[in-house]
Write a protein that binds this ligand. Structure first.
Ligand code: NAD
Ligand code: TYD
Length: 360
């Protein structure tokens, strides 16, 4: 295990109002070893929701936590923020993150995920020239490696082979971060993680779509025949991996992160039906009857799986949450937070979905 430990002082979290970013901010501010400040830069797209951070704002707002509404596509603004808040650490979550949306409208993915990342890299290059006490941590996805067949796992040496506009834009951003490290000496680390789940996930991704539709007794849209496989990781386990990499990861290195928890979609939806039925004192069979096979996603990646030996052995990281416990906690969270759910339900996203998806 590496001995090095970086001090994180003025941390710029991009995309901190989204699902993983908001959970990461909560995780970081509750970490005993962290004494710095968090600057949450987010443009509040449909996926950005400050209600995700209400508790954080109440406890730390104006002292250790600051929200800055800004768009990473705006270089001048990003550069000004770097200077004004004397940023020494970046953890870059901000992205367009949903594969289905990238199929319907890829341009926003290019603009935010690629150009936005370049803007952050350029601000870091300008403001951090000659410094080695700084770090740019780039949060990426295992989808950059493409799709696996029935066997095999991704690791840090797997060649890039992205298949969707989303994964291609993330792959591009990974390459750009490495290029800025190689060419300009920018200190960086990258993580490529598998599918996350947990509280505050926007209900366009599979697990919250299914939970909310079960509660509403709406059809549960399973793409294709439901045989696609994803490796699921509880969001706090992703946050703990990122924090370890930021503190102790070797500069210029990539770390893959996963749940070692592969599930076929159809089986997972079945499990969710059981949990939701138990937690609502309902009938699992009634929920199972809601399963509806819908037209498959074009170019749907069959399977993702991660070999995270390097992250575990170098950084001493491991997953802390079992899937059984994490899924039940997630279901309970959606059931126990009707205000959050209802605000999303009444929002623009439904209209967008209705306009763009005939299958829902
Ligand atoms: P999300 O869609 O829930 O949140 C994205 C956030 O970025 C939102 O708050 C949004 O407002 C903000 N944002 C979007 N465009 C912006 C812009 N131009 N300027 C500033 N802010 C902008 O996404 P998520 O699921 O939390 O994913 C976060 C990151 O983690 C992404 O980079 C994603 O690629 C990566 N990732 C996600 C998963 C997953 O399972 N969700 C897995 C691995 C990696
Ligand atoms: P998703 O949560 O969109 O994540 P990703 O595409 O990044 O892996 O989808 C997870 C899996 O669930 C994926 O194989 C597509 C499938 N899926 C459905 O079957 N139905 C749905 O309504 C959604 C959103 C996804």
């Amino acid at each position: 295990m590496t001995e090095q430990s970086r001090t994180l002082s003025n941390v710029l979290v991009t995309g901190g109002a989204g699902f993983i970013g908001s959970n990461f901010i909560r995780f970081l501010l509750s970490d005993e070893g962290f004494n710095g400040k968090v600057f949450n830069l987010d443009s509040l797209t449909y996926a950005g929701n400050l209600e995700n951070l209400r508790d954080v704002h109440d406890e730390h707002g104006g002292t250790r936590y600051h929200f800055i509404e800004a768009d990473i596509r705006d270089f001048e603004r990003v550069d000004e923020i770097f200077a004004k808040y004397e940023i020494d650490t970046v953890v870059h979550f901000a992205a367009e993150s949903h594969v289905d949306r990238s199929i319907v409208g890829p341009r926003a993915f290019i603009e935010t995920n690629i150009i936005g990342t370049v803007n952050l890299l350029e601000a870091a290059r300008a403001r951090w020239a000659g410094r080695d006490d700084v770090l740019f941590h780039h949060v990426s996805t295992d989808e950059v490696f493409g799709s696996l067949g029935e066997t095999g796992q991704f690791n840090e040496s797997t060649p890039y082979d992205p298949k969707s506009p989303y994964s291609a834009s993330k792959a591009s951003s990974d390459h750009l971060v490495r290029a800025w490290g190689h060419t300009y000496g920018l200190p960086f680390t990258i993580s490529n993680c598998s599918n996350n789940y947990g509280p505050y996930q926007f209900p366009e991704k599979m697990i919250p779509v299914m939970i909310m539709n079960m509660v509403d007794r709406k059809p549960l849209p399973v793409y294709g025949d439901g045989s696609n496989v994803r490796d699921w990781l509880y969001v706090d386990d992703h946050s703990s991996a990122i924090l370890r990499i930021m503190r102790s990861g070797r500069s210029s290195e990539t770390y893959v992160v996963g749940g070692e928890n592969e599930w076929q979609n159809l089986k997972l939806v079945g499990s969710l039906c059981t949990i939701v039925a138990e937690e609502t004192k309902g009938d699992a069979d009634e929920l199972l009857d809601l399963i509806t096979f819908v037209t498959d996603r074009p170019g749907h990646d069959l399977r993702y799986a991660i070999d995270c030996t390097k992250t575990k052995s170098e950084l001493g990281w491991t997953q802390r949450h079992t899937f059984a416990e994490g899924l039940r906690h997630t279901v309970r969270w959606y059931l126990d937070n009707p205000t959050w759910v209802n605000h999303i339900r009444s929002g623009e996203y439904r209209k967008w979905m209705e306009r763009n998806y005939d299958r829902r």
